[in-house]
Design a protein around this ligand. Structure first.
Ligand code: SAH
Ligand code: DHB
Ligand code: MG
Length: 216
């Protein structure tokens, strides 16, 4: 028998967030400016960013692939957790998002570590060699998550990390009548992940939920 998990309430989440490494002024400004530029406010939250940094530092990651750049928030956060020679290749299909991200990445402290690739996730992932990345972060179109995960299993080196956002389907995961059309995709992905051979995974309740896996 194992112990029953503790019930985690909103108050607990506030408590956790207050005791997690906070976002710096640069990333706060980036979020505010992105919203002013009409970019949706759907970047990962500061606790998710801190968690990604802990994972990447722990794994001594050097080469990271991201699908879904948006304004560059997560790419900059991840790049900061890499050694100076580390690289984030981030893929974005929307030219407006890619242009905004490039502008902010250029003024960041990690400009030399990030390459923004304009294109569709599936097309760009195909061009990345086998076993060449230490970590993949997936945060783009939910209907492609399964295809992205399969490509990432090829691209990752053994013991490589995979992190995927939105396991809680924008808060609608368990709703009887969800309004967002991505909810079925997310549910299907939640059921698919534990069946993937050679992947150990867990769902972590930070932000809108993160799948975290390691290639075994
Ligand atoms: N990771 C970002 C948030 C990403 S939001 C952060 O936390 O800061 C999702 C992004 O995925 C949006 O910018 C959207 O334009 C992009 N996207 C959607 N479909 C895509 C596709 N097929 N290929 C690449 N990017 C895509
Ligand atoms: C959406 C996408 C995301 O990755 C997210 O974290 C929140 C919302 C969206 O497409 O609406
Ligand atoms: Mg997301």
């Amino acid at each position: 028998m194992s112990e029953e998990p503790s019930v985690v309430t909103e108050a607990h989440f506030r408590y956790l967030a207050q005791r997690t490494t906070q976002e710096d002024a640069f990333l706060r400004d980036l979020r505010v400016s992105a919203a002013k530029a009409g970019i949706p406010a759907i970047s990962i939250d500061p606790a998710q960013a801190a968690f990604l940094q802990v994972l990447l530092r722990g794994a001594k990651a050097r080469h990271v692939i991201e699908v879904g750049t948006l304004a560059g928030y997560s790419a900059i956060a991840m790049a900061r957790a890499l050694p100076p020679e580390g690289r984030v290749l981030t893929i974005e299909v929307d030219p407006k998002h890619a242009a905004f991200a490039k502008e902010w990445i250029a003024k960041s402290d990690v400009a030399g570590r990030i390459a923004v690739h304009l294109g569709a996730g599936k097309d760009v992932l195909k061009t990345i060699p086998d076993r060449s990345a230490d970590a993949c972060f997936l945060d783009a179109d939910k209907g492609s998550y399964r295809a992205y995960l399969d490509e990432c299993m090829r691209i990752l080196r053994p013991h490589g990390l995979i992190v995927v956002d939105n396991a809680f389907a924008f808060g609608q995961l368990l709703d009887e009548h969800p309004t967002d059309r991505d909810v079925p995709h997310i549910r299907a992905f939640n059921d698919y992940v534990p069946t993937v051979q050679g992947l150990q995974s867990v769902i972590v309740p930070l932000g809108d939920g993160l799948w975290v896996g390691v290639k075994t």
